[in-house]
Design a protein around this ligand. Structure first.
Ligand code: GRE
Ligand code: ZN
Length: 323
């Protein structure tokens, strides 16, 4: 199946590449792929991926406590991405990295990226460390309302991408580091952030916001009924300030991608919960294999119309792609 579009695909610049760490054995190949925006082209051709929407690696800008440095690095990364994709705008598009340490600067950078660089949205790696490495700031607070107004006005999606919790904030993973990263902690961290956005009433103030979650919704679809069932039942004043229960916002304001989660029962659950207008194909290059992702989608028991929506049509609509 040709013409697929993939949305959670990553690159790095020298300033954000980071250390080998857990990737030590595959680091030479992984870093080569991250630093070359078109390193995926041969695999894209082989497996029928028409376009990748590229975004900066994680946690990158979100892990820079000094706001001025975060602003400069985001700008450098976005300029590097724009330079690389201008040559291949038929195959690559861009999501903006944003210095969320300074909400006004983040709104300005997103505006620049959309209006001047032709980017199709933003991808942000979870909470930002602001002022010191131990700070974790989430985006449901009042300081971010003007930023969200800008996102809504620009009418572009905001991809909430995972990062790990900070070491000092995550005693639950002590002696069980195997759960960090994509195995578990990414999903738990990102799901909590998404639920914070919903519970804060953000989508009452800005009903046209579009938030994308990867990895088939970071676990939320499987728990959606239970969240609302118990939240509705509890009569304690627990500061759930949104007007509606969680599910209506999740259905209306959220889009889910298949990045890194190529499992048909999980996809079926998402289709049952959010429907086929809000599901989009993604791979999670270079951490995942393009062939595996594509073979899975092509072999999944979906009718052709549904497969085309997930593989391509929903992305064209959501990102206003001209392909
Ligand atoms: C991702 O982008 O989802 C990712 C990382 C690091 C390791 C694995 C992974 O940023 O899936
Ligand atoms: Zn990713």
């Amino acid at each position: 199946m040709d013409g697929k579009v993939a949305l959670e695909e990553h690159f790095a610049i020298d300033a954000t590449l980071g250390e080998p760490n857990a990737f030590a054995p595959v680091w030479p190949e992984l870093s080569r792929r991250l630093l070359n925006i078109d390193a995926s082209l041969a695999d894209m051709d082989e497996h029928g991926v028409a376009m990748m929407v590229m975004s900066l690696n994680a946690p990158a800008v979100q892990a820079i406590p000094d706001a001025a440095t975060a602003i400069a690095v985001a700008r450098r990364a976005n300029d590097a991405l724009a330079d690389a994709i201008v040559m291949r705008s038929d195959r690559f598009a861009g999501f903006a990295a944003l210095p969320m340490q300074d909400p006004d600067a983040a709104a300005l950078e997103l505006t620049r990226c959309v209006k001047e660089l032709g980017f199709v949205g933003a991808l942000v790696n979870g909470f930002s460390q602001i002022g010191n490495v131990d700070n974790a700031t989430y985006y449901d607070g009042p300081a971010y309302r003007a930023f969200w107004a800008t996102v809504e006005r620009l009418d572009v999606p905001f991809y909430l991408h995972p990062r790990n919790p900070l070491p000092g904030h995550a005693p639950q993973y002590q002696d069980h580091a195997w759960m960090l990263g994509p195995n578990w902690a990414f999903a738990a961290e990102t799901a909590v952030h998404a639920l914070r956005l919903i519970g804060s009433g953000l989508f009452d103030a800005h009903p046209r916001l579009k938030i994308i979650l990867g990895h088939l919704g970071e676990g939320i679809p499987a728990l959606l009924w239970r969240i609302d069932n118990r939240n509705g039942w509890m009569k304690l004043p627990h500061r759930y300030t949104a007007k509606h229960s969680v599910a209506p916002y999740f259905h209306r304001n959220f889009y889910l991608t298949t990045a890194g989660n190529f499992h048909t029962p999980a996809l079926d659950n998402c289709l049952a919960e959010v429907g086929d207008d809000h599901l989009l194909f993604s791979i999670d290059w270079p951490f995942e294999d393009i062939g595996q992702a594509c073979r899975w989608l092509e072999g999944a028991p979906l009718d052709d119309a549904r497969r085309a929506k997930i593989a391509r049509e929903n992305a064209i609509k959501l990102l206003k792609l001209k392909i």
